[in-house]
Write a protein that binds this ligand. Sequence first.
Ligand SMILES: *Cc1c(COP(=O)(O)O)cnc(C)c1O
Length: 243
Amino acid sequence: MDQTLVTAIGERYQRVLARIEAAASAAGRDPHSVRLVVVTKAQPLGVVRAALQAGVRLLGENYAEEAVEKINSLKEEFVVEWHMIGHVQSRKAELVARHFDWVHSLDSLKLARRLDSFCAQAGRRLPVMLEFNVGGEESKFGFPAWDEHAWPALLPEVEAILQLPHLRVRGLMTMPPLFDQPEQSRPYFRRLRRLQEFLAGRFPAADWSELSMGTSLDYETAIQEGATFVRIGTAIVGPRLPR
Ligand SMILES: *Cc1c(COP(=O)(O)O)cnc(C)c1O
């Protein structure tokens, strides 16, 4: 057990938690309305274990196979809530349906249907957020949502996802273009929140309450704009291994 690593991660974790609380309070929000998912993608098992020793309980991962190895190695020792935050290829849907507690990155009806059928087999209902591409970058996953005029065209697919009995839609997620100034992310966070209002207006019986947005660089801005989940990696667990 690397106690130095546990202490370092623990200090950064507490510092980020304090900043989350301050940002929420300053925005007139209940600090408990923002949950911190610590992102451990491309981090070795030792770092993940150190984060858990430091008190982290919500972990975010991007790659199904890498994550499932970690999940299986740690499940005897720790109770963890595992969040899938990366693009899920269709052939990985079964792994995700069996091992994850949340999916933030549901980005197609096809994936939704596959997750739904594997969740049916596993006898569970999976909380999901729909991922939207609000920045228009071609490299990004998510339903195309950068042009507000195109939002109505998204409704048939959203409606079909809402009808899947083994998924529980909880809200929206986005990953805006990468900037060095947090203020530059604000228009994208605002657009996701407007889209949340749009969907809540069209499907008022569904639950749109969660907004997963904000990373190490811009989580305070995201909280000002209504984030309920922030996904933070490097600011807490340090730089990632190259893949
Ligand atoms: C890697 C990643 C994060 C965390 O990014 P950091 O800059 O390390 O905080 C958050 N969300 C998604 C979707 C990611 O892929």
